[in-house]
Design a protein around this ligand. Sequence first.
Ligand code: GLN
Length: 484
Amino acid sequence: MELYQLTAHEAHQLLKKRKISCKELTSSIIERIENIDNKINAYITKLFDQALKQSETIDNKIKNKEQLHPLAGIPIAIKDNICIEGTPVTCGSKILTGFKAPYNATVIKKLKDAQAIFIGKTNMDEFAMGSSNETSFYGPVKNPWKTDAIPGGSSGGSTAAIATDEAVLALGSDTGGSIRQPASLCGVVGFKPTYGLVSRYGLIAFASSLDQIGPITKDVTDTAILLNTIIGYDPKDTTSQKYTTPDYTESLKKEIRGMKIGIPKEYFIEGLQKEVSFWIKKAISKIEELGAHCIEVSLPHTEYAVATYYLICTAEASSNLARYDGVEYGYRHSDNTLINMYQKTRKEGFGTEVKRRIILGTFVLSAGYYDAYFLKAQKVRTLIKEDFEKAFRSCDVILTPTSPTTAFKLGEKLNNPLSMYLSDIFTISSNLAGIPGISLPCNYAHNLPIGIQFLAPYFGEEILIQIAYALEQSNFFEKRKPVI
Ligand code: GLN
């Protein structure tokens, strides 16, 4: 086994026992990236020099027998919409060319305190708008399982990096499924926390009422460890929640006997790939074998979720992205009049999908259309939230496929936004409701991974870790690694 293949919890044990050094581990990841990333394009910025320097500091700590945080010396990849002070942050956009983050995001500060090692910034759909990672100014990320397929989006760089062992851990952001959908298509674990559990301070805003940072890992144990490190109240984020946070690794020890699992009838739709449906049903049987009870539940407003999401997220994006005008951040077109400079900077700096969303969002917020679109979407959002509240009266968690299909081909949906938007159908309702969700591998179809999703009520992170771990440990299918 190569060092780059280790999970964080395995690496931690070996570091502690001095069986490996942090420098060896970090060098192994760097070598892996250098050998294969030209085929995957997972990284926008590589931080190798500082990572190696940091690894020496950790090795000294180990030599001095100092206490090690479970993430000390563990190489982590950070999605390129999360700010690391003094480091370029591009959001996958031309418009942020040359911009360096002036401060650390709260999650970065927490990871620094834990002494995790930042190995690089990962590729993503421009401003996190996309489901395929094809809208990045830095070129598409390739799916590690089939390089002519998409890895999912928008955190496709982070999920591909984990699938290919180009990082031990990664962070992504999830506004409408951007952690869970690419995790599903790349065959890794992706977790979207409850809205307000993880600080958004230093996460470049796309749709502020939906955005949430979360872990992307090789297994559920690592998810629990990374979650433990990044959660917590932050006065710098007004939507941060004061919640006494548990130790999520405790959930790994609990059985699922007697747990009630809701299966929403609206999620087994036409258009669901037959292998996805087959393996999700197999997983349901496995979970019942483990002692949980599965019951049917209803989420009747699911059919409006995609439309609602694309009204709310575009409205918020149009406002959040107004700040990129060539004055303060990144790219500036040199024109002699102010208005021309603004216009040309935005015309040349933003890609097609971002412009489409700004225009749509401006339209739905404009006087005369506000009530018909934005306000109505907010009302439907409440109905979607209530659907979940009702469903959780009769079950502890909800089980669904993460994505209706396995990874599609690069270019297949790029010119058909509606079909692209429909690939988010199972992930966006939970963002609208603010509840947590996890995606984990659930076998393969034609050597492409299938993902299964669990959703829980607000602050139900513990039960999600519990059920996901139980299923992961049941070994109900044989795990594979992509061959690069
Ligand atoms: N695919 C969705 C979109 O394009 C989700 C994006 C996200 O979660 N950041 O908006």
